[in-house]
Design a binder for this molecule. Structure first.
Ligand code: SAM
Length: 309
């Protein structure tokens, strides 16, 4: 069927199809129908996806498509899609693209104006969030943390300051280390949840503070797939005295008044105009102090008026 898309004529279509994160019953009727109807399924690991497909009697031909072969396979797949093929992208579990391969294909399909149809479905991030008991009004997905070095420390520091609910993916053997690192970044009392083996037979939820969960995971190794969630928090805003102190530190770095006010406003949440007025008053007071001091020095250097004979 020929259709217009973004002004370009295309015939083929790519479907993004989420698959279960453990429980095979979590396939949607639509996912099964699409996987049966497409010409080819593009799977992160064909051995893995065959288990789901055979459960639902899906016999569609399958090819592997993952980070290792994306560059090599992409031109051929795009060509087939342009010629009219309909294909479905699946990964080992959950939603393609969420800490999983798929992005280069999706970007190429969008750029080429090829039709795209996205199915909603399972993902560990949404499943863990919905059972966390934390506020879902605003949340942030951090995926897997960098394993080591400065990048990891910077990300942990940003998470410690994050006010929204935070979701992290973590490998079971690294969970204890990540919880300890969060302790070191001052998160001891923050509410946390580890959601383990979601939708599977041995699903479990561990709830407590970061400090309590660190103790639990250090005492006993836990196996299985895990999501770590950190509760939303409101960080105390600095007092006017603390804001003034920060402003002085930025001013001492010899930046312009406007920039000092802007930077401190970003750090403290205090109004930029208010900080600018304070910075101006401080600069003027400092100038007056310096003028007075140099005046006093000059008068000390002056002859006293009683010439020595
Ligand atoms: N695309 C997947 C999704 O939509 O959730 C995520 C794939 S990522 C490679 C695998 C990570 O997702 C695991 O290390 C774990 O953190 C999380 N995960 C996947 N399935 C899970 C499950 N059943 N229970 C808990 N976490 C799970």
């Amino acid at each position: 069927m020929e259709k217009w898309n973004n002004g370009k004529v295309t015939t083929g279509k790519l479907y993004i199809v989420p698959t279960p994160i453990g429980n095979l019953e979590d396939m949607t009727f639509r996912a099964v129908r699409v996987l049966k109807e497409v010409e080819r399924i593009l799977a992160e690991d064909t051995r893995h996806s065959r288990i789901v497909c055979s459960h639902y009697g899906i016999e569609t031909p399958m090819s592997s498509f993952n980070d290792h072969n994306a560059a090599q396979r992409l031109p051929m797949l795009l060509e087939r899609l342009r010629q009219g093929a309909e294909m479905a992208l699946v990964t080992d579990a959950g939603t393609p693209g969420i800490s999983d391969p798929g992005l280069p294909l999706l970007q190429a399909v969008i750029a080429a104006g090829i039709r795209l149809e996205v199915l909603p479905g399972p993902s560990a991030v949404v499943t863990a969030l919905s059972g966390s008991g934390f506020s879902l009004a605003r949340f942030v997905f951090e995926g897997f943390l960098p394993r080591k070095g400065k990048a990891r420390q910077q990300r942990l520091a940003a998470i410690a300051k994050e006010e929204r609910t935070v979701v992290l993916y973590e490998a079971p053997l690294r969970m204890a280390a990540t919880l300890s690192d969060l302790l070191a970044h001052g998160c001891a009392g923050r509410g946390a949840v580890v959601a383990r083996e979601l939708t599977k037979h041995f699903e479990s939820w561990h709830r407590g503070s970061v400090s309590e969960l660190a103790t639990l995971f250090q005492a006993q190794a836990h196996k299985g797939e895990m999501v770590l969630l950190l509760q939303e928090q409101s960080l105390p805003s600095p007092s006017p005295e603390q804001a003034a102190e920060m402003l002085q530190q930025v001013m001492d770095a010899e930046v312009g008044l406007g920039q000092a006010a802007r930077q401190t406003a970003r750090l403290t949440g205090v109004s930029r105009n208010q900080l600018y007025r304070l910075a101006l008053a401080r600069r003027q007071a400092e100038q007056q102090r310096q003028e007075r001091a140099s005046g006093e020095r000059e008068s000390l250097d002056q002859p006293s008026g009683h010439d020595d004979v």
